[in-house]
Design a protein around this ligand. Sequence first.
Ligand SMILES: [Zn+2]
Length: 182
Amino acid sequence: MAMPNAATDLCFRSKDGAFGVRLGATARDQMLGLCVRAGRLETGGVLIGRYTADRRMAEIELATGPGTDSRAGRSWLIRGVEGLQRLLDQWWSGGRGYYLGEWHFHPHAAPTPSGRDTRQMRSIAASPEYHCPEPVLLIIGGDPAGDFALHVEVHTRTGDRVRLGPTDSPPLPHRRRSSVSE
Ligand SMILES: [Zn+2]
C-alpha cells in the first residue's frame, strides 16, 4: 500500500462502517522507526489513544515499542510488560488515552495475522485486566523504509475478527472532533 502523504493521519473502516481506526501520523512514524531499527526481527508494542464519542472509531495517538522484557525472533515476538502499566496509568489519569490494542511487525513478510496472533487477541478481548473488549490488531509487513503494508482488524467481544480497509472518509464525528470538548 502506498503512503503518499506523510503528514496525514490514516483512516481505516470496516465494510459495514461499524468499526473505524484513525492512525495518527505520530504513532505511525513511531512504529515505522521501530521497525527499521528492528531490522530482520519482529518488534511491536501496544496502541494507546481514545475512542470517538460514539465509540465507532479508535484514534491511535501513541504506539509503544517493545519493553525491556520483550523477546523477538524473525517470526515471533513476546511483547513484554515492563513499564507498560505505569505508562497506561499516566495516560489514563487525566483521560488522555487508553489501551486500544496491539501492533507488531512482520519483517519483509505479509502483514497477515498468524494463528498465534489471533489467539493472543482473543485472550486480550476476553481478559478483564485489559478493559478492552474490542482490541485493535495492527500489523506492519514488508519493508518499513520503503514498500510496506498495513493490516488492521478489530476483535469483537463476540469473538469475531473484523478486517478494516483504508478509507478517505472518516465518519462525521471525527471531522468535527476539533470542536468537541474532551
Ligand atoms: Zn504476527
